[in-house]
Design a protein around this ligand. Sequence first.
Ligand SMILES: [Zn+2]
Length: 196
Amino acid sequence: MVANRHTCCICHEPRHPVEKHHIDEDPSNNVWENLAVLCRNCHGLVTAKSSLGSRYAKGEVLAYKRAWEKRCAEVGAEEIESPVEEIHETKLIEGSENEEYPFDMDEGDELVFSLDANDFLDVVICDEDDIDEWSEAEHDEESPLPDCYWSRTGVMEGEYAFVAPEEGRYVLLLVNWDDEATEVTVDAAVWEAEEK
Ligand SMILES: [Zn+2]
């Protein structure tokens, strides 16, 4: 991910969540040479099956990957925007458990993230302190989630962005309400405030 500046190797659009694409279409082949970093949009185009076949041949994707990684290795942050912090992982959240992803953000910094889960999750962005308070309290129908800046309930997938209203430590909290474990792939990156 770092070698690609957390940015799609085909469209080069910064500030979008990315996914790992297996170039040979074998999901167990996780060697670096077989993984291309793609945004969700380009990933959809690459994996789309139409009567004419995929929009991109495997060799083409590999060429995009190599060219982009070469460019990322050669030029500095002033030429290609890079995130301040990034996370990309697949995680099993047990029933009735939560997962916390903390980020230190300055005013105006943007957290861009995507989720892809096999069951519904509640998603919250809040201050770290509010989580502590919430974990200690009894949860009931009245206060099912901590005080927060942003929340969505019943999420299985999606692409979201949040801009920090002030400097602070923010937590992306995933809540698994039911008793079943949920597998989720989380992609998240913090990008510096855009210069106006
Ligand atoms: Zn793209």
